[in-house]
Design a protein around this ligand. Sequence first.
Ligand code: DUC
Ligand code: ZN
Ligand code: ZN
Length: 473
Amino acid sequence: MNDILIRGGTLLTIRGEQRADLRITGERIAEIGTGLAAEGATPVDAAGKLVMPGGVDPHTHFDLPMFETVSSDDHYTGLKAAAFGGTTTVLDFVPLSRPTLAESIEAWLAKAERNAAIDYGFHMNITRLDREVRKEIPQLADRGITTLKVFSAYNGRLRLQDGEIFQVMRIAREHGLLTMLHAENGDVIEILTAEALAAGHTEPEWHALTRPAWGAVEAVLRGIALAEQAGAPLYVVHLNTAGELDQIRYGRARGARVMAETCPQYLFFNLQHLKRPDGAKWICSPPVRNEQDNAALWAGLTNGSLQTVGTDHCPFFYDGRRSIEYEGAPVAIPGKELGARDFTKIPNGLPGVGDRLPILWTFGVGQGHITPAQFVALTSTNPAKIFGMYPQKGELLPGSDADLVIWDPARRLTYGLAHSQHRTDYNLYEGCELKGFPEKVFLRGSLIVDGEQWVGKRGGGRFLKRVPGAEVL
Ligand code: DUC
Ligand code: ZN
Ligand code: ZN
């Protein structure tokens, strides 16, 4: 196979910008430098463009059964949509849906392996902690799974008690694994939800009103305190309130090894969106909050209190009774309409895996909240480091996988459903004016997105065996 020489571009990494050429040999970056010789290589002109490492989305849910339906992107459609938005690696959560962790992972792999359009790894949900599960956790690293997600909410379904979370954290510490926490107060949610239903409240905004921010705030502090007592690091997923961020700062200022992620929906949306007639489009858990929370989370990106931006991509149709056309065929999957008369029956989750980079570039970099180098850190390099994939992923260095985005910083477009490739019937950023968009995307040296064209393949993505003992940032 010919080498590829990406010429005349500006490389963008967490170290800043550098005018340089980049040579790809096979699946890897072979050489970086100015004026690299073109012989024996297929040239790709990147003049006027940025060349950055492919995005790493640390938080997705493809093909996830929920209530009476399933998230509408599977490991083909969702990973392909990710690629169109400049992301080349995703980390998906494996539900503990079978008697053992091993069987649950095999079932998830069977779905992902034949479909994956980009590279992917797995986090393991620990939603039951019996003797068998305790014994099995240490074997996860042999399978390349080094992260455990626990929940302090979803009573009777996903939640572990505090003592169990503490035990998971101790096992994690012993084996170099990282615990991830969904932080809400399950008891309060259970009580408020029952009261809201009994009072006849059915509208989407009640999803947020029954999941108060204070529950998230105290659950974050509780999580940090448990992790410190276990001597373990902690990664808090989907930060959504200013108060949670205060707790992260409190912990980090005292040396706690706690890291935190936010997601675009918590930067851009709030209760006002849930109050709209089509408010169900914004139903996710934890819920979107208020404008002060949006602003505080932006500030957390600016000042480095937050380490990553993931998406929690878990799309559903807004109206799953109507089909859309996907790759030339009609598709309809039950969605948000399931909860038209009861907010607790609206499937929880939003589309976003393909939106993340373009939206964060225009509104994050473009409006001065973050620098281009911070953009790469938050969306690619930091997740690669925290989740044990660095420098294979998230980096432009000789030896790294040639997962690259050629980014056109001058491209202007009115964004929306027509550009995002998610398999659903709405986009939360409909009509947003964007400046900057991916032009070409390479996965391990192969071109998979060329402008509007998908040139990758179903099953072309590989499962990533991650290594324990990853960095704590
Ligand atoms: N929250 C969502 O909104 N969807 C999927 C899982 C989750 O925790
Ligand atoms: Zn969660
Ligand atoms: Zn999630």
